[in-house]
Design a protein around this ligand. Structure first.
Ligand SMILES: Nc1ncnc2c1ncn2[C@@H]1O[C@H](COP(=O)(O)OP(=O)(O)OP(=O)(O)O)[C@@H](O)[C@H]1O
Length: 284
């Protein structure tokens, strides 16, 4: 269980009292995520091809790729929502074929957060907490703290049907991490957020990682990845075409020259001629 520090939102520091419970869910030496030849085909389309990767516990993994690269398909396989055609993966130490074992340890923010228009924000989060069997007192404390952090307290008792896209996104993210999963899969978490909310989101992700939650972060906003990721993987045409820590990816092996993450991204994905990714702010 966690709570805000007495200084509240101003110093943005969470205090997680009970993170050990989460940390022990994954065997101490097991990677948070490991895949071996993970492949998904839809008819003639190979969405993900022979993906082999490993993500350490308590790290932020930036998962990049142009549109159609296979990022969502990968996340859907790792969150047990779709079955691989071949290959294997373990999340939090459990094989993804064992859905019941994996799901208690993961949270997922998909592109469209699964929320109900007819509920209020607070009811939606209480519902999500109930699905995760959180005790009511723990749930209400966490919900209140998250709502405050994301500046949603005033709107918490309004129906979601009247929420903006950004407010929906905030609810979606909160419900993905409310149960303090070992691994959170976040697909474009800053989507629709204004600059202040986007900053809160980045700080929240950093805090969660500090408290040993593994964050699998997919976004086209490269500065967010540059700021947060311990490791980056670039998917292209379903294949992992580059992997490493941000500094290694940005330095050109031959010359040692350091380029921006955007330049590195464009270079490793240039063969197939995709457009430049969305950036924040625009690079030139
Ligand atoms: N249910 C499906 N049926 C058929 N093809 C699919 C399906 N889901 C994804 N694909 C195909 O798989 C490929 C990878 O799609 P995916 O949505 O995983 O990419 P992405 O990297 O998440 O893209 P974006 O950045 O645009 O969200 C694409 O060619 C897509 O058309």
């Amino acid at each position: 269980m966690w709570m805000f520090s007495p200084a509240g939102r101003t110093n943005m520091s969470y205090i997680y009292v009970d993170w050990r419970e989460r940390a022990t869910m994954t065997p101490a030496d097991a990677p948070a995520i490991e895949t071996d030849g993970l492949t998904k085909r839809y008819g003639d389309t190979t969405a993900v091809s022979e993906l082999t990767m490993s993500v350490e516990q308590g790290t932020v993994y930036g998962f990049l790729g142009p549109n159609g690269a296979g990022k969502t398909t990968t996340m859907r396989m790792l969150t047990t929502l779709t079955k691989p055609t071949s290959g294997a993966a373990r999340v939090a130490g459990h094989p993804i074929t064992d859905r019941e074992s994996v799901t208690p340890h993961i949270g997922y923010l998909p592109e469209e957060p699964p929320i109900y228009d007819e509920l209020t924000g607070r009811e939606q989060l209480e519902y999500a907490a109930g699905l995760r069997d959180l005790p009511a007192d723990v749930a209400s404390e966490r919900i209140a703290a998250h709502l405050e952090r994301f500046d949603l307290l005033e709107d918490a008792d309004r129906r979601i049907e009247g929420y903006s896209k950004g407010m929906r996104q905030k609810v979606g993210v909160i419900q993905a991490v409310l149960h303090e999963p070992a691994v959170a899969f976040l697909d474009e978490p800053t989507s629709g957020l204004d600059p202040r909310a986007a900053r809160t989101m980045r700080e929240t992700i950093a805090d969660l990682a500090d408290q040993k939650m593994t964050i699998f972060l997919s976004t086209h906003i490269l500065p967010v990845v540059d700021a947060l990721a311990d490791e980056i993987g670039v998917l292209h045409g379903g294949e992992l075409v580059a992997q490493g820590d941000p500094e290694t990816l940005k330095s050109r092996a031959e010359t040692g020259e350091v380029r921006s993450l955007e330049e590195a991204f464009l270079e490793v994905t240039q063969d197939h001629g995709e457009q430049a990714p969305e950036t924040e702010p625009s690079a030139k």
